[in-house]
Design a binder for this molecule. Sequence first.
Ligand code: A3P
Length: 297
Amino acid sequence: MSDDQEVKIRGPLVPVKGIPLSEHIANHYSNVLAFCPDPSDLLIATYPKAGTTWVQETVDLLLHNGNIEICKRASTPIRMPFLENSKRPGIPSGIDLLKTMDPPRVIKTHLPFQLIPKGFWENKCKVIYVARNAKDNLVSYFHFDQMNVTHPDPGPWEHYVQKFMRGQVAWGSWYDHVKSYWEEREKRNILYLFYEDMKENPQREVERIMRYLDLSLPDDVISRIVELTSFENMKENPMANYSFMPRCIFDQSLCTFMRKGQVGDWMNHFTPEQSAEFDEDYQKKMKHVYIPFRSHF
Ligand code: A3P
């Protein structure tokens, strides 16, 4: 069977410990759970569409002194394996890829806290979590689910808003996800970042990541990293813009992976009524924890 035939177009979501995951990920989860990282490995954890790729590129540049040529050595998922992903056309599974790499490795995941293999916590690995305000995250996911033709069809916008609010999308509830890492951040030394902070002051956030990684780089290197990780530059970077993904997974004729990269795009999508309903539901779901999200500047 060719790689292309292995991909199931618009496959269903299958629950793993109550979290809906793409079938190919759910079927492969026992391999993921058995993975034991090295204490030097770094985990970048996010809810999908929160700015994962942006932080991955930033981290790779920080680890390579801002050298873009080194950071163009391979595409994002080859440089920084996607922990739970099974084998996809042209990309080995995250676990198989990790077996070929010596630590320290940078590993990406969208798993909520409770599905992360215990070894990350036992080995006290560093973890960077990136969160994005719910409405922009939803908008980005809506467009992504159109172009990621392995995910369930997002359907019309008004239905998708309801599905998102109920957590009936891949990797489950946004609300539970952002809360799960927030509640553990101090105990586990998780660096909890916000997409909006990165947009507002990328230099400050790059320096924050640098310190967390125990690095010290001169100002000119930081400025170069800020420039290289701008939305415009990453959109043109073939090793970071997912143009390498085959069309049977990401059909970028429907929507580009690097779509808008803005804060507040939700205002172009939500009607006032939808926004009010969403906010009311948000208050209920987030009432026991205050996480300082900003949905506009
Ligand atoms: P939009 O769909 O709102 O444009 P992820 O990497 O977690 O899948 O997140 C993808 C989202 O982050 C997309 O959001 C994408 O455009 C945005 N993004 C990627 N790189 C970015 C950058 N350098 N600056 C700002 N946003 C970026």
